[in-house]
Design a protein around this ligand. Structure first.
Ligand code: KIV
Ligand code: ZN
Length: 432
């Protein structure tokens, strides 16, 4: 049964509609404990990371980047705790980031001793700005850094054969790199790792800073998807940030362009404007009838934990998670919502005006939807009285009460609670 219709239809049988679509959930990778963490004013403690990791596992994430153990003692200790306290389910990969330097790669492997499944993620920046202004290397030098570190990873993994290793390479600043050069570097890395011979390899394409419209990023991803060697043996991953406010859209278009995997964080915490938001991306699929394979019915818990640990509040209009996103104050919206809800039977396709999804699916209640201020009409006021106090009013009284409530709201300039409407109904409005 499909609760949500995938797309509006059009009457043009000769046209492929929509031109592209996402058919199934990508593999998600949660990077809250690494990219999210490195952007926090107060980075997470081991105890906080454990709680966050547990939630990510319970929600259904199977790939979780847990830290940067060669750069942080807390992250190193957290890796050891995950492994020594046996906190990682058998079907979950823990992932760690390392810079492309031999001593750091060795320390990274040390932090993962005894892991069942682990992803070692190495990166170096490939864009002209980084090559010319930060590292002072030419293209060959930049490629050589990637190749050398791929060799160190391959050789270190061979010394710890009891772990099921995945290797991940990110050409950092991919979206600002000449795409043909990025492909050259990726091919060179894959010649070391040889995914065609059974090594699990992830090629992660970051929009480290979002520099273009999402379609341009998707075109870059498509070029990689169509041109790298060993494509069928490699997972293509994308890692978008939100500098232009389009991190989710860029990831979605990238999946339509061939990406298999998407990295992001719950509610979008991350460097600068944040990482791509896993909640929005997952729920966008859900709202079009595609199972995101992540449990978002625990939205309140997700929000509470993320807010507590990141010390960042959720915007009240954050898609799906904000306090106000299932709220209507305006009279005409309230009226349309009430009519649709009255007609909705569980099992039907969800068709409720102004509510793209059923708040119940996120553990929220219809009671939050209709709220009263000076923009509201008689229908809303009557609805609140009936909903909260079981009192249904005749039409003439609805009108009279609504006028009084509206006057209160105009005088106060804010919201009028159900209690106050009830008090007004109980008589004190007669004295106005
Ligand atoms: O944004 C970025 O480029 C990163 C890489 C390390 C993957 O976080
Ligand atoms: Zn990042």
């Amino acid at each position: 049964h499909r609760k949500y219709a995938p797309f509006p239809t059009i009457d043009k049988p000769d046209r492929q509609w929509p031109s592209k679509r996402i058919e199934k959930a990508p593999l998600w990778a949660a990077v809250d404990l690494r990219d999210g963490n490195q952007a926090l004013i107060k980075p997470m403690s081991v105890a906080q990371k454990k709680r966050f990791f547990k939630l990510l596992v319970e929600l259904g994430y199977k790939e979780i980047e847990v830290g940067f153990p060669s750069a942080s003692q807390i992250d190193y200790d957290f890796c050891r705790a995950l492994i020594e306290e046996d906190l990682v389910p058998d079907d979950v990969h823990i992932q760690v980031l390392s810079q492309a330097r031999q001593e750091l790669i060795e320390r990274t492997f040390e932090s993962l001793k005894g892991a069942k499944k682990a992803v070692v993620h190495i990166y170096n920046a490939t864009s002209p700005t980084f090559r010319e202004q930060v590292f002072n290397v030419d293209k060959e030098g930049c490629k050589a850094i990637a190749v050398k570190s791929a060799e160190w990873v391959r050789d270190a993994a061979a010394k710890q054969p009891d772990t099921e290793w995945s290797f991940q390479y990110s050409p950092e600043t991919f979206s600002a790199t000449e795409t043909d050069f990025a492909i050259e570097v990726i091919d060179a890395v894959n010649e070391v790792w040889r995914p065609d011979q059974g090594q699990r390899v992830i090629i992660n394409l970051p929009a480290t800073v979002e520099v273009s419209t999402p379609n341009v990023f998707a075109d870059q991803v498509e070029l990689v998807h169509e041109n790298i060697r060993y494509r069928e043996h490699v997972l293509i991953s994308v890692h978008t940030h939100d500098d232009r406010g389009c991190g989710v859209a860029a990831a979605e278009l990238a999946v339509m362009a061939g990406a298999d995997r998407v990295e992001g964080t719950l509610l979008g915490n991350g460097e600068r404007t944040g990482n791509m938001d896993l909640v929005t991306a997952g729920m966008n699929l859900y709202a079009q009838g595609i199972d995101p394979e992540i449990d978002f019915s625990r939205m309140k818990e997700i929000r509470a934990l993320v807010e507590e640990i990141t010390e960042i509040d959720t915007h009240p209009r954050h898609p799906y998670a904000g306090d106000l996103v299932f709220t209507a104050f305006s009279g005409s919206h309230q009226d349309a919502i009430r009519k649709c809800l009255a007609r909705y039977t569980p099992g039907d396709i969800w068709r409720v005006a102004y509510l793209p999804i059923d708040p119940h699916d996120l553990g929220r209640r219809y009671e939050e939807v209709v709220r009263i201020n000076s923009q509201s009409g008689k229908g809303g006021v009557a609805h609140v009285l009936e909903r909260d106090f079981g009192i249904s009013l005749p039409r003439w009284l609805q009108q009279e009460l609504a006028m009084v409530v509206q006057q209160d709201a105009e005088e106060d300039g804010g919201e009028i609670t159900g209690e106050r409407i009830h008090r007004r109904f109980n008589g004190d409005y007669l004295n106005v």
